[in-house]
Design a protein around this ligand. Structure first.
Ligand SMILES: NC(=O)c1ccc[n+]([C@@H]2O[C@H](COP(=O)([O-])OP(=O)(O)OC[C@H]3O[C@@H](n4cnc5c(N)ncnc54)[C@H](O)[C@@H]3O)[C@@H](O)[C@H]2O)c1
Length: 276
């Protein structure tokens, strides 16, 4: 058996939400570098056009669509247009997410719990809570729903959700909006996996640990933050978007056909492990 042919994604139609930066951009890059046709969807029009132009200059088949994952009509349109352009939709990365910073409970993995001002819970606004849930959970629902609409009739598909190691490991996981959304996304992923298993569609999640991206205002680029976090990571280094590419290619390819409903933890140096 030629195993490498199982990783062949040539000609696949792919969409990536949050594709203009960080992990989403890495997903798009690796799929396009292996011959897939990729639509990067993002709310940041400037970064999207810069990255799309860069990848096109490298000869990759990449296009872009500006859409906010909380605006489901616009998101549906962007995904429908991508599928129509390619005549197929094989892979959807439901990846867009924001981290609004420490929530009202100061949840953190390891080390000292950050001090949270007294009354932070009472002052936590509906607007902040709802925005985080709307992007990090409802956006995944809407992306998976649109993808399923295109994949089910063809009997093939790969839906890959970006969750977070934090929702598994961090104290206070039921407390902050980010962690609640990510834990909810994991449950949703499993339910969709069961629903779509009979149609040749796998649904899995990648749960990153700490990766150097622009999330949360870009604090991950700070070498002092990286040094502090690295102490809690067994291999003592933080993750880079390139580290996640092989896993993304595997989950997007025919090679992963037996794996569905799983959350793969990739902890910036820890390597791979299957959660629960
Ligand atoms: N970096 C990490 O350490 C880490 C850890 C765990 C989970 N994650 C998850 O990885 C995913 C990608 O984040 P990242 O680290 O690459 O961050 P990033 O900020 O570098 O990239 C996120 C992208 O999503 C886009 N985006 C934000 N809101 C959007 C919306 N409403 N609609 C469309 N696009 C939107 C942003 O413009 C940005 O381009 C997120 O779901 C995040 O929660 C990241």
């Amino acid at each position: 058996m030629n195993v490498s042919s199982r990783f062949d994604v040539t000609g696949f139609g792919v969409i990536v939400t949050g594709g203009a930066s960080g992990l989403g951009l890495a997903y798009g890059e690796v799929l396009a570098a292996h011959g897939a046709r990729v639509t990067l969807i993002d709310v940041d029009a400037g970064a999207l056009s810069d990255q799309t132009a860069r990848l096109q200059r490298e000869g990759l088949d990449v296009r872009s669509a500006v859409a906010d994952v909380t605006e489901h009509v616009a998101l549906d349109r962007a995904i429908d247009e991508a599928a129509a352009t390619y005549g197929r939709l094989d892979v959807a990365f439901a990846n867009a997410g924001i981290d609004p910073g420490v929530g009202p409970f100061g949840a953190w993995a390891g080390g000292a719990r950050p001090r949270v001002e007294e009354g932070a819970l009472e002052r936590y606004s509906d607007e902040r809570w709802n925005r985080v849930i709307d992007i990090n959970l409802n956006g995944i629902f809407a992306t998976a729903r649109a993808a399923a609409r295109h994949m089910r009739p063809r009997g093939f598909g790969r839906i890959i959700v970006t969750t977070s190691l934090a929702a598994t490991m961090v104290e206070g996981a039921i407390g902050s909006a980010y962690l609640a959304a990510k834990a909810g996304a994991r449950h949703f992923m499993r339910a969709v996996a069961l629903e779509l298993a009979a149609y040749g569609i796998t649904v899995n999640a990648i749960a990153p640990g700490f990766f150097v991206t622009n999330i949360g205002g870009g604090h991950a680029h700070d070498p002092d933050v990286q040094a502090a976090i690295s102490k809690d990571i067994p291999m003592h280094r933080v993750g880079r978007p390139d580290d996640i590419k092989a896993l993304a290619l595997f989950l997007a390819s025919p090679a992963s056909e037996y794996i569905t409903g799983q959350e793969v933890v990739i902890d910036g140096g820890w390597g791979l492990g299957i959660a629960d």
